[in-house]
Design a protein around this ligand. Structure first.
Ligand SMILES: Nc1ncnc2c1ncn2[C@@H]1O[C@H](COP(=O)(O)OP(=O)(O)OP(=O)(O)O)[C@@H](O)[C@H]1O
Ligand SMILES: [Mg+2]
Length: 499
């Protein structure tokens, strides 16, 4: 009898008979938990013995949470979506899933929350696939050295603290010194440069969020940018996962072979949110009451920014994390962590800002450990000595305040330094193209600003910019042609000055 059945495999009746023969009645176990308590964006749950760290839990009212802490009796979870009706006693189930976000070109120009839901009042963005928020960073064998420049459009940065594609460069400074402005300028400067951008806003005021988005829109930067927002009033769990969501969106494009720039604004707020969640979930606090694993969380996030090698498609993810200091104290826990994780930092100084030197970048305390390799050789050749010369000028300047008499060579250093100081002042929202950078560098090195009064320099730079619009010079044009091009407007101007 049995042999007969196995012989006729296509017969549906036969298949059914076979299924019946192997059928064994038994118990199917579905775990169900219950909410024990809820509040401050976290919840404690009893039951669900099989739940794993970071697993998504679904509540009967449609709320969602992520497992954050496992104890013997209870599960601590952070809420990612909550409804006002969620109370103790509600039923909870495991989903067996981990967090992921929709990714793809459909996200360009969109404003989303860290779960991928639209915040711009439009429909759900079209997506290519779902990308996990947590994933390993590319192995060393898949990576390449950082070798292409990423232009920020800021004179000081592109010449003396250059950033390369795939680099992680920290923007650090006290509150209100222009950290976000530098990041926004960099995003705006990627226009027509085939770099997709992801701007992550963590725990910011609604007004700041709106202003940032409007700025991007106004300068035509939103069309190649995705903004991921978890504002200050959002659930702390959402603020915690926001940078990972932004990273996942960027990672997809990097894996497609594209260049991506991602901004985390800012990771101090992120660390504070994580501290708050951890304390609520009674995890042991460490230094400055931050949980011990905050370092590894930030390292895991930033390690995913890299430059893939040609075999992997050659995509890059450049990360500009932002961190806030208190009274310029860079030795605090979170700033030192981030300084050690990143490839350099751009340090903003309160005194410089107050003195009207903006962007208030303190050149002595800023460094780019790998960007120099990626700098365009022409810009590198012109800007090579600039940082040392400028630092020397800063030191000498102090002496002149005491009325000390200096040698003629020193006076030349000071004169040049003072000119440079004026050149470095730059309005926000006016990023410079690489050719404009080369133009002023050559003009400066040719001494064309030497006889100008400091107050006249901003005007001269504008004239130079105007003159450049009528030339077709590129970064690779011969130096003589460049010298001729910049001498025209500036030679005239400095001649006038002398007369
Ligand atoms: N290059 C600049 N020139 C003139 N003003 C600037 C420049 N950069 C920034 N500012 C001004 O400085 C102020 C603070 O800038 P921004 O909001 O970017 O700083 P922040 O460090 O991100 O501040 P927050 O602590 O609020 O996040 C703004 O009013 C901005 O207009
Ligand atoms: Mg800011």
């Amino acid at each position: 009898m049995r042999n007969d059945i196995t012989d006729v495999t296509d017969d549906p009746l036969a298949r059914q008979a076979r299924w019946l023969e192997h059928y064994r009645p038994g118990l199917r176990i579905a775990e169900q938990g219950r909410v024990v308590s809820i509040g401050d964006g976290i919840t404690w749950i009893a039951g669900l013995p099989g739940a794993a760290m970071d697993e998504i839990l679904s509540f009967e009212d449609g709320s969602q949470a992520m497992v954050f802490d496992l104890t013997e009796e209870l599960i601590g979870a952070v809420l990612l979506r909550d409804s006002k009706t969620l109370t103790a006693g509600a039923k909870v189930q495991r989903s067996g899933r981990f967090l992921s976000v929709p990714v793809g070109d459909g996200l360009l120009g969109r404003i989303i929350d860290p779960l991928g839901s639209p915040l711009d009042g439009k429909s759900q963005p079209a997506h290519t696939r779902w990308q996990a928020l947590e994933s390993g960073s590319p192995p060393i064998m898949a990576r390449d050295f950082v070798h292409q420049p990423l232009y920020t459009g800021t004179r000081i940065i592109d010449t003396m603290i250059p950033v390369g594609k795939g680099q992680r460069q920290l923007i650090i400074g006290d509150e209100g010194l222009g950290r976000s402005s530098l990041a926004l300028d960099t995003v705006i400067n990627q226009r027509d440069r085939q770099v997709y951008c992801v701007y992550v806003l963590i725990g910011q005021k609604r007004s700041t969020v709106v202003n940032s988005i409007e700025t991007l829109r106004e300068f035509g930067a939103l069309e190649y940018t995705t903004v991921v927002v978890a504002e200050a009033s959002a659930l702390p769990g959402l603020q915690h996962v926001a940078p990972f969501a932004g990273c996942a969106v960027a990672e997809f494009w990097m894996q497609q072979g594209r260049d991506v720039l991602v901004i985390y604004d800012d990771l101090s707020t992120h660390a504070k949110t994580y501290r708050e969640l951890s304390l609520l979930l009674r995890r042991p606090p460490g230094r400055e009451a931050y949980p011990g694993d905050i370092f590894s969380i930030h390292a895991r996030l930033l390690e995913r920014a890299t430059c893939l090698n040609a075999a992997q498609g050659g995509g890059t993810m450049t990360a500009l994390p932002i961190v806030e200091t208190q009274l310029g104290e860079i030795a605090a826990y979170i700033p030192t962590n981030l300084i050690s994780i990143t490839d350099g930092q751009i340090y903003l100084d309160r005194d410089l800002f107050a003195g009207g030197f903006r962007p208030a970048i303190d050149i002595a305390r800023s460094v780019s450990r790998i960007g120099g390799q990626a700098q365009h050789p022409r810009i590198k050749a012109e800007a090579g000595h600039m940082k040392l010369d400028y630092l020397q000028y800063q030191e000498l300047e102090v002496f002149t305040r005491f009325g000390a008499r200096l040698e003629a060579s020193m006076e030349a250093v000071i004169r040049k330094g003072r000119v440079l100081r004026q050149i470095f002042k730059q309005e926000r929202l006016a990023p410079l193209s690489p050719t404009s950078q080369l133009a002023w560098l050559i003009a400066f090195n040719e001494g064309l600003f030497d006889t100008s009064e400091p107050d006249a320099i901003a005007g001269l730079l504008e004239e130079l910019e105007e003159a450049l619009r009528h030339t077709r010079l590129t970064l690779d044009s011969p130096r003589e042609e460049w010298v001729a091009a910049v001498s025209g407007p500036l030679g005239r101007a400095s001649g006038n000055n002398e007369g």
